[in-house]
Design a protein. Structure first.
Length: 243
């Protein structure tokens, strides 16, 4: 869901620059048009935010940390500790960069759409599906890395005569993760964006959107947490031995 006014479009127009997604380039630039679609430009904005803000707030690493360094150390140590509890220290150390990046990106991407004139990149199915496919393929990569070809035993059940029943169920359940992860995040954030857009147009001057903004903050945090938690559980299941 895109807001009627996109903040980035206004800035580009004020600078006298063309707005890519409103003035499509010729046919042979199709891929470039897709790269500059609103959900991609706002993804880039979130990426810049996650690079610049920690640098500005933390500065140089010091033995006696300041407020900014304390904050980021608490965030990083808290996330690492949570992952270690659910997937072991070795798994947490190995997967922390990916999962922490997903968690921070999804959280900021969800929250940025609460500001008028901005949109959440995660309200576009292409973004959530892309994140989900990374998690899906990483899950099975870890399975083969830790168990070799024996990883297929995860799909066969406890006894051989149940294989015709268990194997299709396991395969379908693993493929269903693509839908559950991507559509859950996309659906919740798109609903938030749509509802906020309608309320701002109908009653924006009377603080009617304020309760939905508060609910939107809660939904944004919960959805980021759920995505990371499910990713941790999928990774843990693929690395542990089949029973």
């Amino acid at each position: 869901m895109e807001h009627p006014i996109l903040f980035i479009s206004v800035i580009l127009q004020a600078m006298g620059l063309p707005v890519p997604h409103t003035f499509p380039l010729p046919g042979h630039f199709w891929d470039f048009n897709q790269l500059l679609a609103p959900h991609m430009t706002y993804t880039m904005l979130v990426m810049v935010f996650l690079i610049v803000i920690p640098k500005l707030t933390m500065g140089k690493i010091e033995m006696i940390p300041g407020k900014g360094q304390n904050f980021w150390e608490a965030v990083v140590s808290g996330m690492e500790g949570f992952m270690a509890e659910n997937m072991g220290k070795e798994g947490a150390r190995m997967m922390f960069p990916m999962l922490a990046t997903f968690g921070l990106y999804i959280l900021v991407a969800n929250m940025i759409g609460l500001m008028p004139g901005f949109m959440s990149p995660t309200s576009n199915i292409n973004i959530t599906l892309g994140c989900t496919l990374i998690v899906f393929f990483t899950t099975h990569y870890l399975g083969f890395k830790f168990h070799g070809l024996g990883y297929y035993k995860h799909f066969l059940g406890p006894v051989w005569w149940l294989i015709p029943l268990i194997a299709p169920i396991e395969i379908i359940s693993h493929l269903a993760r693509i839908l559950s992860l991507s559509i859950r995040l996309f659906g919740n954030i798109m609903a938030k964006e749509t509802l906020l857009g309608v309320l701002f147009m109908l009653a924006g001057a009377f603080f009617a959107p304020l309760p939905i903004l508060c609910l939107g903050v809660f939904v944004s945090i919960v959805q980021a947490f759920v995505f990371v938690l499910l990713s941790i559980l999928y990774f843990s299941a693929s690395m542990e031995h089949a029973h």
